[in-house]
Design a protein around this ligand. Sequence first.
Ligand SMILES: Cc1cc2nc3c(=O)[nH]c(=O)nc-3n(C[C@H](O)[C@H](O)[C@H](O)COP(=O)(O)O)c2cc1C
Length: 337
Amino acid sequence: MVDLSSRYLGMALKNPLVASASPLSRELDTARHLEDAGAAALVMYSLWEEDLLAEERQFDRFMHHQALGHGEASSFLPPQPGFQSSLDQYLEQLQSLKAHLEIPVIASLNGVSEEGWVGYGRDLQDAGADALEINIYYVAADAEETAADVERRYLDVLAHLENAVSIPVSVKLSPQFSSPLHFTRHLYQAGADAVVIFNRFYQSDIDLETLSVEPQLQLSDPYESLLRVRWAAILRGALDIDIAVTGGFHRVEDVIKALLVGANAVQLCSVLLKQGPGVIADILQSLTQWMADKEYEAVTQMQGSLSHRNAADPAAFERESYRAVLDSFTPPPGVRY
Ligand SMILES: Cc1cc2nc3c(=O)[nH]c(=O)nc-3n(C[C@H](O)[C@H](O)[C@H](O)COP(=O)(O)O)c2cc1C
């Protein structure tokens, strides 16, 4: 019998497949389908900094800047009937998921500044989150901001969160760092228990009719997983931090590659949105079959066997393969240059 179990964020997972942050965690029924299909853990959709800060400001205006005429009267203000903040809604959904699912639930915070919103991580912990994933979706578009400033931003957010909570924390990273390995080491030293590689940056497109810039959401393609596989290999070869991959993992082949290079968990999103939760069961079945065919007894045996440190040809993950790959290109029939 093949053992699919893995460890991630200090938790024993029954297998390495995790449902990534997405709207699929908004409905309890859908979350149950994910669990029934075999998801080993669930990352909730994110709680957004923008919402938290906007509600804080609104509350502040309501409490302190009304023309009530009498200062003391503000303390008699009744709570707004029917008003539920995004934090309240999130905590309610988190508690419901925790009450009805057996798999670990990872709450997700999404933002870029180190303001007090990060402290809400404590509320998520108190509501039962097994771990926290923090997504710092940041597009560095300021000419005054150095690469070191951008890294400092991540580290500051992480430090605030680490102050607020005691549960494991993972950081969902952008692929756009000059030295991802060096930076991940800093995150690790600052207390991150895992990195989630990588955020997909949704591309803005230009509408040629209206000449306006329009953000667009396209689900991923399996080809995108290779960037993650390469960096998981390099990180696993050098650091002990847990690694989850996200971005382009649709098929069992993609999952196997991630495990071979050392991923602790493989997060699925686009494939679930396209094919529904049932695809998890298919991938797990194919993974079990592949492992049996290759005589692997456990996922832990596979994990890292092809990392940068262990690969027979580590250079294949680096520049040395670059020329060889370019030179290997042959034009399609009929195309001459
Ligand atoms: C519709 C949609 C909603 C998403 N919502 C979130 C979110 O709330 N927080 C987050 O960190 N990532 C979110 N993501 C990103 C996914 O968690 C995942 O990292 C990304 O889609 C790459 O994985 P994939 O190639 O399997 O889709 C969302 C993605 C999609 C497509």
